[in-house]
Design a protein around this ligand. Sequence first.
Ligand code: 13P
Length: 249
Amino acid sequence: MARKKIIAGNWKMNMTPSQAVALVNELKPLVENKEVDVVFCVPAIDLIPVIEAAKGSNIQIGAENMYFEEKGAYTGEISAEMLVDAGVKYVIIGHSERREYFAETDETVNKKVLQALKHKITPIICCGESLTQREQGITIDWIRQQIKIAFLQVTAEQAATTVIAYEPIWAIGTGKVATTEQAQEVCKAIRECIGEIYDAQTAAAIRIQYGGSVSAASAPELFAQEDIDGGLVGGASLKPDFGKIVNYK
Ligand code: 13P
């Protein structure tokens, strides 16, 4: 079964609302490609103007985070219901920067994944090892643990609709992209792990992205790997280069 590639930008904490609208207008003609899903994950304050600016284009919009509770006294947080009402289709969950700077854990990632799925938002679930872990040879064990906890109580039917982003922490924002062999090896292991938790059909359906210094130069080889179904792109998603990444073939 052919999986549709999904190429997503993660803008991180960049772009004011007016800058965001200008960037969408600039990138809109460059990211046209019916063969792939194109997603812009943008800061919460940019979501509504970006959704408006992207109307009529192939760009779908994602958030960079959300909270796992339904509503209430959680000052500063944004709920799944708010995202849905604004027209958001995807949400990044458990990015390594949120784990590092905002105390996210595998447990909070799992709660957020369940909440996103409950509201029919597609979670882009992030996992990845540090350089120390890679050097210790525990990459696959670590990633398998992250995946197993992230998917607790998620049904097979739900799991098949999710997206996993494998982002080695040492490759994020460093210009040090993982080799295609390293990226493929881990993405394959993630798919096997999903196969163990669920079944072969779910493993074949789930989409797994690579993220970490993806560029117009590295995208074609990465995205040609059997288990890599696209990318989660940071820095290069803020530039016209993103059009080249989306049209990597
Ligand atoms: P860079 O592409 O800037 O390395 O960022 C990757 C990333 O963290 C995407 O979520």
